[in-house]
Structures are given as C-alpha cells and as structure tokens.
Design a protein around this ligand. Sequence first.
Ligand SMILES: Nc1nc2c(ncn2[C@@H]2O[C@H](COP(=O)(O)OP(=O)(O)OP(=O)(O)O)[C@@H](O)[C@H]2O)c(=O)[nH]1
Ligand SMILES: [Mg+2]
Length: 372
Amino acid sequence: MRPRRAFLVGLILPGQPGHVVEEHLDELAQLADTAGSVVVGRAVQSRKAPDAATFIGRGKAEQIAEEARELEADLLVFDDDLSGSQVKNVEEITKLQVMDRSALILDIFGQRARTREARTQVELARLQYMLPRLTRQWSHLSRQGGGFGTRGGEGEKQLEQDRRVLRARIRRLEDDLEKIERTRKVQRRGRDGFPSVALTGYTNAGKSTLFNRLTHAGALAEDRLFATLDAKLRRGPVGDGKYAVFADTVGFIRKLPHHLVSSFRSTLGEVTAADLVLHVVDRSHPRWREQMEVAEAVMDDLGVDRDRVMTVFNKSDAVLPEEPRNGDGVWVSAVTGEGIEALKAELGRRIGLQLPTRPAQEALPEVAPGLA
Ligand SMILES: Nc1nc2c(ncn2[C@@H]2O[C@H](COP(=O)(O)OP(=O)(O)OP(=O)(O)O)[C@@H](O)[C@H]2O)c(=O)[nH]1
Ligand SMILES: [Mg+2]
C-alpha cells in the first residue's frame, strides 16, 4: 500500500515565537512518520485567534489546498485539535482528508497496541474522542474503524442512534478496563517486598534504553515516538546489594489527548503505585525544558507526589561538553553507561530510606508474579 502523503499545518498565535511553532511541527512530522505517513510539506499561518469555522481561515485553506495538490498530498495534519465542524469545513474546501493532532496520536496508539489492555485503552480513548465529533457528514475515524457516521443523509435520528451505540460501547470498554485493573492490582500486591521503581518521561527520552541498562532486559528501544505502550516489569540490582522491580512505561507528549491519559490509567498505575519514579529527560533535546514540564504536568495529573520523583538527565553523551552539568538530577547516558553506577547507588540510598514504610515480608518469592 502506498504510504499516505501528509502535509502539516500549524498556527502562530500572538506572542508565540515562530521557531517554537516550527519545532512543534518537527515533532508533528515525527508523529506522522511514526504513523507511517510520508511528510511532503508544511505551512504555518499567523492569526490573532483561530477561525471558528476553518481554524486557519478560508483563504489560507484554499492556498494550502493548492500547495498540497502540487505535492500530491492526500492528508492535512493540524498540530492543534479541531472541532468536528472545522474538520468537515476544511475537508470540503481542500478536498483532502483532515486529521488533527489527537487523531494522529490515537492512530499511532491504535497501530502499536498489542496486549488486550493496551487495545482496550486505545479503543476507549478513540471512542471518547469521536463522541463529541460525530456529525452527519463527517467521521474519518469511522472510515478507518467502521461502523459509525456517514449513512447518506439519514439525518438527526441516525446521528442520535450512532451516539447511543457509541456510549454503550464506551461503557462496555470501561467495564473491561476495570476488570483488567483489578487483576493488575492483585499482581502488584504479589510483588510486595520488592521496592518498585517506575521509569517515566517524555516519549523518546530513552526510558526503554535505560530500563534495558538497569535490568539487562531486551525492551524495544527505537528512535520513534511511542515505541513503548505497555508497562514492562523486570528486576534489577541497585546499590547496597539491593534489588528493585523496574517498570518501563508509555511516554508522554505535549497535548496528549486527555482521553488517552485517563484510559491509560491502569498502565500508568505502575507510575502512581511506584515507590520511586525516575523522570527520564532527553537533556540533549532543544526543547528539553518544555518536555520536562509536560511530563511533570501529566504526573501531577496522575497524582504522583513530587517527593517520590527523581530526575534523570539522559543522553549526556549528546550534550555539548561545555554545557554545565548541573540541575537537580542525575546525569547519565543510557547508551554509553556513563553515570549509571552513580544512579544505582543513589537508587539504593533512596530505596533504603523508603523500605521501612512498606509491609515487611518473611519470604520473598524467587520471581514475583507479573515479572518479565
Ligand atoms: N545519544 C543517546 N541516545 C540515546 C540515549 N538513550 C536513548 N537514546 C536513543 O533515543 C532513542 C529513544 O530511546 P527509547 O529508549 O526507545 O526511548 P523511550 O523513552 O523508551 O521512548 P518511547 O517508548 O517511544 O516513549 C533511541 O534511538 C535510543 O537509542 C543516550 O543516552 N544517548
Ligand atoms: Mg520506550
């Protein structure tokens, strides 16, 4: 199948530097690439505020349509979330499929979800995204997933029926997730006695690479966004001859659709339940500060208290030598191994302090249930 050819669209609002919008479009390009599309071009539009009907304005939409046609694009991807009617209007003007940032992220999660838990979580988020966007004429998610939306002018009644079907499916998925979550909780109890350390942070920060370093596991690490969707658990040594159970988890991204965060609560439960959370930061990234803030905001949202979070500045090998290695965190390179022993020693110290607060266990199982 020929890969879809995507044309990216960004909006510059007053007070927003142009280079930031360009860097955000660079990230959108990575997302489009991860979703399997080829990025053929991009455009930005400056406005005082988004246009209610078309987001970027009709004139700009027409101009983009022409440019995109010349580049043989078949898909416009907006860096911001659009309403159902904005998508429909721009599709009508440009005769191209229109996708917003959330839909693209949902698409990637949908392609990458492997386990029943991940699939259920993604499907739930997808339906919740669709519900307010169902219109009589439009539903590109329905074109992919089948089952809802366009039925040739059957009108409001049909629309209401589609909404009812959607809501019922959402309820069923929520029930399924609750069951999965209960199982997870039981498994987590079975691991009591092992201090738990969850790796979290912005997507592509190097969580899986660091996880592999710490546990000698073979977790998939690649230069793609959202390489990891499921929590992966494994034991590894820390300082003072102690062991901890490490959890590798799904990464965060700016403007992560909030439905995704809430439906990934059970996977992210590894983060909320952990004794210690390692916030992995790609310190070599030009927008590392913003990425840190995004991850911190999601952790706040999940109810992770900051006392349990330790910052790890990763990819130190890719940071210019003249940059000062300061900041409230441990500097490491998961690739070269630099700083890893210091990190383990620090983990041993912190975990040692926390152990007394956990229930003591007489005999630890050789391998805890749920471990890889
Ligand atoms: N130079 C350098 N690259 C690194 C380092 N750690 C990880 N990487 C690279 O960064 C990319 C992403 O690494 P992953 O470990 O997959 O990142 P992740 O945080 O698990 O990403 P997601 O699961 O997609 O959220 C890969 O190409 C790694 O090789 C490091 O210390 N230095
Ligand atoms: Mg990963």
